[in-house]
Design a protein around this ligand. Sequence first.
Ligand code: ATP
Length: 239
Amino acid sequence: MSALLTVRDLAVAYNGVPAVQPTSLTVAAGGIVTVIGANGAGKSTLLNALMGILPAHGAVSIDGEPVQHLAVEGRFDRGIALVPEKRELFTTMSVEDNLRLGRFRLRAEGRVASAGALERIYGLFPRLAERRRQLAGTLSGGERQMLAMGRALMGRPRLLMLDEPSLGLAPLIVRDIFRIVVELRNAGVAVLLVEQNARAALKIADYGYVLENGAVVLEGPSAQLQADSRIVETYLGIS
Ligand code: ATP
């Protein structure tokens, strides 16, 4: 499969202190790739740099076209969307208004939101449809994650980047969210999934990278990582 996202030697530092060492990775069109790592490994920093929120060195391209010179809006227009770890919803606005904001930029450019855009998201997340008039601040943790994903999907991204979608959620809800991630992939959206929950992430990913202290220390097809003794001991527990 051809590469949708190609990252070469991406490096990020905070005030001169490296948080991500030169890192290279690839996400195939129609693939799920996971980056696993412990607290502070640099996972959020990596995604924020790919979205253009943080300045970084290195080359980033989408479908072979360089995007590292673009700000967040430009990268969004090329089809990259980020669901941040903190979800960042507008808590005093309704579910539906939060979703509509996901189309804001497209509408500003004259690409009018199709009437079906909301219904497509509600089809994917029926719980959001039932709660369309509820304030986002009153949603459960799982529903907030669904809303944050739905809002990102309103922009019809080609690459969806998810920052720890399982954080703070009960196992049953994590299963729901990850099932939807697989559905999205099956519908043609490539996914870059950053997770501390290595077990759940490797189960649905095609390929994985292990990040430690800002550097990739191991990578490979998920099945291979799941069987790797270093991964089992450090990230999956002895089972
Ligand atoms: P977590 O799962 O805890 O969010 P993470 O793998 O996402 O961890 P990052 O949040 O990317 O890790 O942090 C990587 C390193 O960069 C850490 O050492 C962290 O302390 C540092 N760091 C993160 N944000 C900043 C910042 N705004 N200023 C300075 N250092 C930062």
